[in-house]
Design a protein around this ligand. Structure first.
Ligand code: HEC
Ligand code: HEC
Length: 452
């Protein structure tokens, strides 16, 4: 062999070393991608990956709107302020708490729009800690006086895909509630609002400004300048109604409809960037939509569901330290059964979305888990933790999954990283018109957030 042919052989060898492993890797990745795509298409309603793709929130035409509440830039801009505006909190029970809390007190963006603590407290709470973890009851208040609810707050991500809101799905005239019109307003008086014929978010948020002690006044409208924003958002509303509860609800609902985690790697992968997920995240996705059966309940673009199931988790009252204003006998622990009182609905809760769960310090309606892998292990074990839930009410889909340790890791990684939009701050305003510290404005929260 002469020198040239040796050089040629070496070059060939080098080429083989570089190209072949690349091909092998690409081939492996693309088989996995293709398999996953096939599975998704098979499981989709319309035989297309589009069924899982979240719209671009900046193109309002693509975001699901509520009945009677078409999405406009003006409503979203107003809602984006009101959601964080502590000046709205003017119906506090004690003067010390006046204008110190907001919707975001219990729906903290950095905690995936959950409270950061096991149970959120708005009026009657003080402090923020890290993303809501440090909020405690204000000693000026009695337990009866505070605003704390009977379950952990739901996330605001993907709520554009929620037709019937709350864990019990009790708000909203469409969808599953259309079948139970006879119970509207019966066991839960506020659900009479369903008679307005609106969707879940728009209906519920009329009540939520009442429950959370918020309303507009001359100070908010004229001194702070919100009147102009309401005028732009609701030119068709006459007189005081333009600044009233329905207007507030429509603006808040319009804003939260735009909270779409569409920058998550999973969404990028669906849109065609096959490198957005790692191989183990893809394996995790295959488990989610396959062996682990998560897709049976978590589906659609938001990976939530308008169906109700019991997976047998504990209630807030089961927390080691107990919880405020609730007990193991609280009818809210009945889930959808609290709304309908039908035997078949007892202990069943709405299927929540599963994006950005890595940021949630607590999981499930009773905040019974604090670690995402623990949640996956709970589903894998398939053993209910709440012995007050009769076995007959537990979902047939909740049973041992026999996932290996590696599979549990892969599924956890898909949830933690694949379904994680790291840029939710794009949805949070830089400031609100009052200039107040937000989401909370009590002195302890100001100190905790460094905005004194
Ligand atoms: C005191 C804490 C607290 C405050 C303040 C609060 N929320 Fe909530 N939110 C909750 C809890 C708890 C739930 C779940 C309750 C349930 O289903 O029983 C919830 C659920 C929701 C849901 C339902 C989401 C779904 O998927 O069904 C929406 C929408 C919502 N809140 C919007 C708001 C808005 C808008 C405000 C401000 C006007 C607000 N919240 C203020 C605690 C709070
Ligand atoms: C039988 C239907 C069903 C199946 C199957 C199911 N889930 Fe869920 N999932 C739910 C319901 C309902 C809840 C809320 C339960 C509660 O709090 O009472 C939930 C809650 C969750 C939560 C917590 C969300 C939050 O806001 O706290 C995560 C995470 C989750 N599921 C992931 C999964 C994964 C991963 C799988 C597959 C291993 C899975 N789920 C399978 C119905 C289901």
């Amino acid at each position: 062999m002469n020198k040239t042919s040796i050089k040629f052989l070496l070059l060939l060898l080098l080429l083989i070393l570089i190209v072949v492993p690349g091909c092998v890797r690409d081939a492996a990745v693309s088989t996995l991608d293709t398999e996953l795509e096939r599975t998704l298409i098979r499981l989709s309603d319309n035989n297309t990956l589009n069924d899982y793709i979240l719209p671009d929130g900046s193109n309002l035409a693509g975001v699901p709107a509520g009945i009677g509440n078409p999405l406009t830039e003006e409503k979203v801009a107003l809602g984006k302020m009101l959601f964080y505006e502590t000046a709205l909190g003017r119906d506090a029970v004690h003067p010390a708490q006046l204008r110190t809390f907001s919707c975001a007190t219990c729906h903290v963006p950095e905690a995936a729009f959950t409270p950061g603590a096991a149970q959120g407290i708005a009026d009657g709470g003080v402090g923020f800690g890290t993303f809501g973890s440090g909020r405690v009851m204000d000693s000026h208040y009695t337990e009866d006086e505070i605003d704390a609810q009977g379950a952990r707050a739901l996330s605001m991500l993907g709520v554009a895909y929620v037709t019937n809101s709350m864990w019990a799905g009790r708000f909203g005239s469409r969808g599953i509630n259309a079948e139970v019109e006879e119970v509207w307003g019966v066991h839960n008086p506020a659900t009479e609002l369903n008679d307005l014929g609106l969707d879940g978010l728009e209906t519920q948020n009329i009540q939520s400004t009442i429950d959370h002690r918020m309303s507009t006044d001359a100070y908010l409208l004229d001194t702070l300048g919100y009147r102009r924003m309401f005028n732009r958002a609701f030119p068709e509303f006459e007189g005081e109604a333009r600044y009233g509860r329905i207007a507030m609800s429509f603006a808040l609902s319009a804003y939260i409809r735009t909270l779409l985690p569409n920058e998550a790697p999973w969404q990028q992968w669906l849109r065609g960037n096959k490198e957005a997920l790692t191989e183990s995240q893809k394996n995790g996705a295959k488990l989610f939509f396959g062996k682990a059966g998560c897709y049976r309940c978590h589906n659609g673009p938001a990976l939530n569901g308008s169906s109700f199931h019991s997976v047998g988790v504990n209630d807030l009252a089961d927390l080691p330290g107990g919880a405020l204003k609730t007990s193991i006998n609280d009818t809210r622990n009945l889930g959808r059964g609290d709304f309908t009182r039908y035997a078949g609905d007892m202990f069943k809760f709405k299927v929540p979305q599963v994006y950005n769960t890595k940021d949630m310090p607590f999981y499930f309606h009773g905040s019974s888990k604090t670690d995402l892998r623990e949640v996956v292990e709970y589903f894998n074990a398939g053993i209910p933790e709440n012995d007050r839930v009769p076995a007959a009410n537990i979902s047939d889909f909740f049973h041992p999954l026999n996932l290996t340790d590696t599979e549990v890791n892969e599924l956890t990684e898909f949830l933690a990283e694949g379904l994680y939009d790291a840029n939710l701050s794009r949805y949070v305003p830089e400031s609100v018109l009052s200039g107040n510290c937000f989401p909370n404005n009590d002195p302890q929260s100001q100190a905790d957030m460094g905005c004194e």
